[in-house]
Design a protein around this ligand. Structure first.
Ligand code: GAR
Length: 201
């Protein structure tokens, strides 16, 4: 059984999707061993408490520098003893030190079909660009911003009447399917990475 730690900054619906998938048996090879958050008001904290999952709060504003924060984060990540770290709406960029320390062990969910629309407000970027298909991507984290090897993607149509909110909701529904699937694949040891390509074994 692999240990899975989740990093989340806010609402935590993807975190909840992972918890639910572990309960329902969709994820059979992983157990959630901790939530790490940078936001004392994150709703994800309440979800973790309800599920009996230990919470580590690292409030960015309580650290004197970015370096100190990153050292604290590395300590907290080691403290979970996790095999996999899932960024589920974690809204801070992980520094290169963290990425190399946990190379190949961090995955992220992003609300766009990467490599299009990395960074913030991906759904708004998609609408403004006028694409007809949008979606979500689960990828391994490397030093770049949303640039790591892609594990899974799912697409949704962009409708003429879409607002940022309606498109985000449609994508989020797919995120909740895609992320638990990727976690299960990782925990089963079925992900092999060669250069930029991810092979599902
Ligand atoms: C999700 O849509 C996730 O893809 C996005 O934040 C939302 C978090 O929702 N992540 C990013 O934009 C990262 N660049 P949640 O807290 O309900 O899971």
């Amino acid at each position: 059984m692999k240990r899975v730690a989740v990093l989340a900054s806010g609402r935590g619906s993807n975190f909840q999707a992972i918890i639910d998938a572990m309960k329902s048996g969709e994820i059979t090879s992983g157990q959630c061993c901790g939530l790490i958050t940078d936001n004392p008001d994150a709703y994800a904290i309440i979800m973790a408490r309800e599920a009996g999952i230990p919470v580590s709060l690292l409030d960015y504003h309580c650290f004197s520098s970015r370096e100190e924060y990153e050292c604290g984060l590395i300590r907290a990540m080691h403290g979970t003893n996790a095999d996999l770290f899932v960024l589920a709406g974690y809204m801070r960029i992980l520094g290169t030190k963290i990425v190399s320390e946990f190379a190949g062990k961090i995955m992220n969910i992003h609300p766009a079909l990467l490599p299009s629309f990395p960074g913030l407000h991906a759904q708004r970027q998609a609408l403004e660009c006028g694409v007809k298909v949008a979606g979500c991507t689960v990828h391994l984290v490397d030093e770049g911003m949303d640039t790591g090897p892609i594990i899974l993607q799912e697409c949704v149509p962009v409708l003429q009447e879409d607002t940022e909110e309606s498109l985000s909701d449609r994508i989020l529904f797919r995120e909740h399917r895609c992320l638990p699937r990727a976690v299960q694949l990782f925990c089963e040891g079925r992900i092999r990475v060669e250069e930029r390509r991810v092979y599902i074994l």
